[in-house]
Design a protein around this ligand. Structure first.
Ligand SMILES: [Fe+2]
Ligand SMILES: [Fe+2]
Length: 341
């Protein structure tokens, strides 16, 4: 028997963006929130901006003047979050991920070996070599402003990722977090080192609305995984991949900063990651991926998170490379070279 057609989606009043409607609803609360039910984004960009705004309710800085966090779990917000995230994940992983770097069938069965293979796939994309050897200062600064560090928000993501773990994996996330906290030294906390970099280079803060979609979706993956308990394995895999790739990439950025004679205050953040992330990556494999990956279902999902992160970061680097001038193709390792890696 044919099913009745689904109810029509509610059109936006006056063609307003979902993000705009959401901002108003979060400010006004009450029936304004109820009116969000059935609304949908104008396009992928509107979807990403809306979802990031919702994730802010979960992960944003503590701000007692921000009353909108009261609506974090309002049914209209929860429903919107669910719908937008499902659509994002479907776009991220079409047809079982066949289009993602390191399609499942090409990866080793062992999760540790699979993570290593994904990391090697485009460990140092040509864009980083260009930043180290050829880019002018304006291009390097524009890259750094958009990148926001190799691991923006990493400390909070690690803190959330450790919930419900025990033994070795819990300890490893604690050690990693402690390094993020400068091993107890206030001046060495990574977010502070990044602030010093921003000040030393006078980097502009680029509002979300001015960022390319690929940059929004790169942030979005982290906040989506961190606010979705059912995706905790994928979060752990994605964080592991960040650690595995950050060291050699940061070394290239340090070379670029030195070559261009940029202020010394810019160096400690990238030097720290160039030095410690190779160890973080190895320790994450040994103490998080290996033990958790003994469970075959968990193992596949850890690897899946790494593949997702690889995909969004690859798109981000291609978009940045195009934006900066040398062309999208240098934002990613060519497939032929990646296969040989
Ligand atoms: Fe860090
Ligand atoms: Fe790290």
């Amino acid at each position: 028997m044919p099913q009745p057609p689904p109810p029509p989606r509610r059109a936006h009043p006056y063609g307003a963006s979902l993000e705009g409607l959401l901002s108003v609803a979060l400010e006004q609360g009450g029936t304004a929130l109820d009116r969000l039910t059935g609304c949908h984004p104008l396009d992928d960009r509107d979807a990403a901006l809306s979802l990031l705004r919702i994730h802010d309710l979960h992960l944003g800085p503590l701000d007692p003047t921000d009353a909108s966090t009261r609506w974090q779990h309002h049914p209209a917000i929860a429903g919107l979050k669910w719908e937008l995230e499902e659509a994002f994940l479907a776009r991220l992983d079409p047809a079982g991920g066949q289009g993602l770097p390191g399609a499942t069938e090409a990866l080793p069965h062992d999760p540790v070996a699979a993570m290593r293979a994904i990391a090697a796939f485009d460990r140092v994309p040509p864009l980083y070599v260009w930043l180290a050897e050829d880019a002018d200062a304006a291009s390097l600064l524009a890259f750094l402003a958009l990148e926001g560090g190799p691991d923006g928000g990493f400390d909070d993501l690690v803190a959330i990722g450790q919930i419900g773990l025990d033994e070795g994996p819990k300890l490893e996330l604690a050690r990693n977090y402690w390094d993020e906290m400068g091993r107890g030294e206030a001046g060495a906390v990574h977010t502070l080192l990044h602030r010093h970099l921003v000040e030393a280079l006078d980097l502009p803060r680029i509002p979300r609305r001015d960022q390319p979609l690929a940059a929004l979706e790169r942030s979005l993956l982290g906040s989506l995984l961190a606010t979705s308990r059912w995706l905790q394995p994928e979060l752990l895999g994605a964080l592991g991949l960040i650690e595995l790739q950050a060291g050699p990439r940061c070394r290239q950025v340090v070379s670029g900063l030195r070559r261009l004679g940029l202020p010394d205050g810019a160096l400690p953040f990238y030097e720290e990651h160039a030095g410690t992330d190779p160890r973080h990556g190895k320790d994450w494999l040994d103490h998080v991926i290996a033990p958790l990956g003994n469970d075959p279902v968990l193992g596949r999902r850890l690897v899946q998170g790494a593949r997702w992160r690889s995909a969004v970061n690859r798109r981000f680097l291609m978009a940045v490379a195009e934006h900066l001038g040398p062309g999208a193709e240098i934002g990613a390792t060519p497939p032929s070279a990646a296969v040989a890696a």
